[in-house]
Structure formats: structure tokens, C-alpha cells
Design a protein around this ligand. Structure first.
Ligand code: 0L1
Ligand code: MG
Length: 256
């Protein structure tokens, strides 16, 4: 992968997001591989930090078979979350700010004492202060939501916005909680937290491992989106979306 224009690719993806305009895939044309794609993601997020946004967490992507099948990529990936992406619980997002937004029900962790890069998670209860139901709004910057693995990594794993519901202390079991995604009072998706790598706690090990490989240390106070329990559904203007996770409660948003 010689001579990839990391800044140039990040600029194209950043413009696409800023103008809510889809672009064609870039990896094949530019020879981008996975490591190069994470370098593009770093540059893409740096553009946000340069205009005053703050890093507030990390998200895992493609942690379930349903999600992998939906987009034809079969590796777990990770991306970065900034404060501007966070929508208050029950808040409104403007669909016009996005290209073709989709929503998916997730589980979020509030990080506490996170091990140093390379160290295993000693105890989940030490590393995570609280858990919450969440909604992730994903919005691929690529036309038709079609991409290769390096493409989607470079695009910050389609991160668009996220909603965190009420935080609760970590419950005894997180591995098989029922999950519903409701749109306008109708059930759109049904799943279980078991779909998230068999147990969403595993997503934290994966996140620490994968982010650590790229020199990123997860911080106390950050949000960690463990991944979706179901496939994502398109977000239409006017929709009222609720993610319901057994024992954890509800996160919701409205689309304008
Ligand atoms: O959060 C996710 O699982 C999304 C990862 C990227 C693939 C997609 O856009 O669906
Ligand atoms: Mg997600």
C-alpha cells in the first residue's frame, strides 16, 4: 500500500458527511488496506476534533451475524464517537443531515477503570461503571450502503449519531437479554444481546484489543457502544424509534 493519500481520502469522506452526499467506494481505486483504512479513520475524526468536537467513546461494528450479513462484511470493526454525535435520549435528529440513515438497537457501557493497551480486562465490573440501552444511527457515506471492509473502516464504521438511555448498574447477566427495535409503536426488529458476539461483554475485550492495536487507549468516562443486536432499519422523517432492552429499559429518538 504505497503512496495512499490518507488525508485526501479522509477529506472526501468528511465532505460527503458534511454535505450529506453519497460518494463511490474508494478502497479499490486507492489501494487502501485495513491498516491504511484505520489511518484514514484517524484523519477523518481529526477533522472533527480540529473544529472543536471531543472524543467521547468508541463503537464496535458488525458484532452480530445479522449485521455482517446485511452489509456483506464478516469482521468486527471499531470506530470513534464524538460529543456532537450524541443525541439526548428522546431527542430529535434531522434526517436531512444524513445520506440514508439507519437505526439499530445497541447496548452501551460507561467505562470506568480500563486496562492499559495489551492488558486483558481483569473484571468486567471493574472496567464498566454502568450499562444502558442505546440506539446507533449509522449512515454510510458510500452510495447504496455498499462498501468493502477497508471502505467502511475508513468511513469511521458508518458512525452518524447515537442515543444513550438511562444508565443502570451492571446486571448479573448481559448475555441473553431480549431486544426490540420499535418504529412508530410497531416492532421492526427482535433480537437478543446474545447476538452481540455471544455476550456483549466480549465486545469490550475486542474493542480494547482492536483499538489498542492502533494505539488508541479507551478512557474512563467514555461511552462504549458494544454493537447492534439486530439488523439496522432505515430511518424515515417523522419516525419515533425505541430500542427496548430487557432489564435495562428504553432509549428513544424522533426523526424530523
Ligand atoms: O455499527 C455498525 O455495526 C455499523 C458498522 C458498519 C457497517 C454498516 O454501515 O452497517
Ligand atoms: Mg452499530
Amino acid at each position: 500500500m504505497i503512496g495512499v493519500d490518507t488525508a485526501g481520502i479522509a477529506a472526501r469522506l468528511g465532505e460527503a458527511a458534511d454535505t450529506a452526499t453519497a460518494i463511490g467506494q474508494l478502497a479499490a481505486e486507492t489501494g487502501l488496506d485495513v491498516d491504511g483504512a484505520y489511518a484514514v479513520q484517524t484523519a477523518l475524526v481529526q477533522r472533527r476534533l480540529d473544529r472543536g468536537e471531543r472524543l467521547v467513546g468508541v463503537k464496535m461494528g458488525l458484532t452480530s451475524r445479522a449485521k455482517m450479513a446485511q452489509v456483506g462484511v464478516d469482521e468486527v470493526i471499531w470506530g470513534r464517537l464524538t460529543d456532537v454525535m450524541r443525541v439526548p435520549d428522546g431527542g430529535t435528529v434531522d434526517v436531512a443531515d444524513f445520506i440514508h440513515p439507519r437505526v439499530e438497537p445497541e447496548v452501551a457501557f460507561l467505562l470506568d477503570r480500563v486496562p492499559e493497551p495489551g492488558e486483558p480486562v481483569g473484571s468486567f465490573a471493574d472496567a464498566v461503571r454502568a450499562v444502558a440501552p442505546a440506539i446507533e444511527l449509522i449512515d454510510s457515506r458510500y452510495a447504496n450502503f455498499a462498501f468493502s471492509l477497508p471502505d467502511v473502516i475508513a468511513d469511521n464504521t458508518s458512525a452518524g449519531a447515537f442515543v444513550i438511555g438511562p444508565w443502570s448498574p451492571v446486571p448479573d447477566g448481559l448475555d441473553n437479554l431480549g431486544v426490540l427495535l420499535e418504529v412508530d409503536g410497531r416492532i421492526a426488529q427482535v433480537g437478543s444481546t446474545a447476538a452481540i458476539l455471544g455476550d456483549p461483554r466480549r465486545a469490550l475485550d475486542e474493542g480494547l484489543r482492536l483499538a489498542g492495536r492502533h494505539g488508541v487507549r479507551l478512557r474512563s468516562g467514555w461511552v462504549f457502544l458494544a454493537g447492534a443486536a439486530t439488523a439496522a432499519v432505515p430511518l424515515r422523517p417523522g419516525a419515533h424509534v425505541r430500542a427496548v432492552v430487557e432489564k435495562l429499559g428504553v432509549a428513544s429518538l424522533r426523526a424530523a
